[in-house]
Design a protein around this ligand. Sequence first.
Ligand SMILES: Nc1ncnc2c1ncn2[C@@H]1O[C@H](COP(=O)(O)OP(=O)(O)O)[C@@H](O)[C@H]1O
Ligand SMILES: [Mg+2]
Length: 410
Amino acid sequence: MQLKELQAVKQRYGVVGNCDALNRAVEIALKVAKVDLSVLIQGENGVGKEIIPRIIHDAGSRKGKKYLALNCGAIPDGTIDSELFGHVKGAFTGSVDSREGYFSAADGGTLFLDEVGELPLQTQVRLLRVLETGEYIPVGSSEVKRTNVRIIAATNVDMARAIAEGRFREDLYYRLAAISISMPPLRERGSDIDILFRKFALEMSERYGIPPVRLNEAAKQLLLSYSWPGNVRQLKNVAESMSVTVDEREITPDILARFIPTDTSHTQMVVGTPLHPPVVTNGETYNADRELIFQMISKLSHEVEKLRTEVVQLKQQRHHAPTSDPTTPAFLSYHASDSAAMPLDEAEEIIDDFHGTAVDDLRTKDDVEKELIRKALLRHNGHRKQAAEQIGISERTLYRKIKEYGLDDL
Ligand SMILES: Nc1ncnc2c1ncn2[C@@H]1O[C@H](COP(=O)(O)OP(=O)(O)O)[C@@H](O)[C@H]1O
Ligand SMILES: [Mg+2]
């Protein structure tokens, strides 16, 4: 592909940056636009995944037809099937009218399913069917309908893990990811970070008629060494809020540090740079790492629980195994009071100790998590979408946790 063509497309869609991985993503988008395969865009929160489906739709034969986008993470489990496939009058309590779903509305065009990793399993089954046959049945109906929709999906979920944990169907994954496009995290885009910052600062300057903020050399190094867990979205927020809340126009590391948490977990050491500014955090850390650790503790606790059950079962088997039974394997042929059975008792004790600690950690996790959610909600004046974005969880998960922690009044 001609570089000129690529640059023109990027300019048309306001895609800023020049790193190879970003260019490759746009290039693949343009190539696959011509074929009608499903595309799955993968990447962390805030990397710019939503730009890609638009590029694909506009560059393909469906241009001029409907382009609809649906955020699967923002719709309650109970209504998502009806959103996607429609429902007939009286399909469920309160459905006084029939309703057209996205698959019908987008017929002939493109449907972008954002946060597809959040789809409930029952909806995944329906989605697989429509992808395979082009047919679906509206909720409460018995009439099979046909549709011709190109699906482009996006997710920030680690799909391999979601499949391993049984949260996402493997067959659907392969169906969606006929073509896979990966959007690089901002921390891997080198000097693009600075270019993006300048773009956002300039936009603010033009919008509000104020001189643009500029980073001095040391601040620029800090900007480049930060790990940007919230990616381009976070960088944009920083540039925008800095532009309007700070009097100075030349930004020093001290000023920048007020907008990004500069503890070591979020900055990579930059070799040869003398700059290690004072650690000033305003407590507004982005919590992707923590969320991951919590999930791991949770999983570990679950594993330990399973191990405990196995040990208890084994003990019971030994206890009941008659020593004379010739079908009983030799190693089980002793009574629980035999000294040889001791290791199992010890194992149980160790597991209990360990499990206790894991459960304690989980309790702490709940406290920390509740506090994080409370702060994010307060910071965004109760705006749940923004709070979820800041924390790096889906809106649906946030709703569930708000209920769980009784934070409804925020
Ligand atoms: N390369 C880029 N150039 C300019 N703006 C970008 C770029 N990537 C992302 N953005 C902006 O960052 C924000 C987050 O992008 P979005 O597509 O919503 O992220 P995602 O869907 O991956 O979470 C949007 O405001 C988007 O316009
Ligand atoms: Mg998004």
